[in-house]
Write a protein that binds this ligand. Structure first.
Ligand code: GSH
Length: 239
């Protein structure tokens, strides 16, 4: 697609997915869609993006995914897959070059266990941000977040690896990254100060080409997030 502008209700439906590509239905600031974008870029998969106006979804998008959530991917064969982790695993299987998930069942299970653990941390970020906006004291919540970061830090220390799946970036790192990119937006960056290995991991992630190409600055995240909180998400912010 030539424009990154979001498609809203009433916009014409896109044609069929080009034969040699995958189509990603996305939203530029969505952390879940960023997971899929990271995998697409890391694996060098040819894809086109259709950004969706999530407040005014086109009917043709809801026909493809009645849940109306991004990320959703569509293949030239008409296969429609949604949910960030499922789309990412699907892409890793369909495109075997540069595998991101480990080959062994135990290796895969380890990454999925870690992801399960991590998915209990993310709601905490939203909780802190919402409490802060209400003017509540967030020190207790921040202490809990620091504890959770300590558990991730210990994982890296025990394994003695730079990344969560070894010394190179794998699936689990990409699944976790979008939320770390947004620590500044949630104003909890300082919660990493006592977890040096985890902090180093964030610095190494920032050097990754797929991270570089999919990321937004903290300022842009903040501006979008504020528009979202005010009930008028500016999906096309910065375009
Ligand atoms: N569990 C889903 C969550 C995806 C999600 O919440 N996406 C948001 C945008 S960040 C969305 O599509 N929201 C539209 C809506 O709720 O109607 C995943 O991992 O893909």
């Amino acid at each position: 697609m030539s424009s990154e502008k979001s498609f809203a209700a009433g916009s014409p439906a896109p044609g069929p997915v080009p034969k040699d590509q995958v189509r990603l239905y996305s939203m530029r600031f969505c952390p879940f869609a960023q997971r899929t974008r990271l995998v697409l870029h890391a694996k060098g998969i040819k894809f086109e993006t259709i950004n969706i106006h999530l407040k005014q979804k086109p009917d043709w998008f809801l026909e493809k995914n009645p849940d109306g959530l991004v990320p959703t991917i569509e293949t030239p064969a008409g296969e429609v897959v949604n949910e960030s982790v499922i789309t990412s695993e699907f892409l890793d299987e369909v495109y075997p070059e540069k595998k991101l998930l480990p080959a062994t069942p135990f290796g895969k299970a380890q990454q999925k266990m870690m992801l399960e653990h991590f998915s209990k941390i993310t709601p905490h970020l939203f909780k802190i941000s919402s409490a802060r906006r209400k003017g509540d004291d967030v020190s207790g919540l921040e202490a809990e977040l620091k504890e959770k970061f300590t558990s991730l830090n210990e994982y890296l220390v025990k394994r003695k690896t730079k990344f969560f799946g070894g010394d190179t970036i794998t699936f689990i790192d990409y699944m976790m990254w979008p939320f770390f990119e947004r620590l500044g937006m949630f104003e909890v960056q300082h919660c990493l100060d006592h977890t040096p290995e985890l902090k180093k991991w964030t610095e190494l992630m920032l050097e990754d080409p797929a991270v570089k190409v999919t990321m937004h600055s903290t300022e842009n995240h903040k501006t979008f997030f504020n528009s979202f909180l005010n009930g008028k998400p500016d999906y096309d912010y910065g375009l």
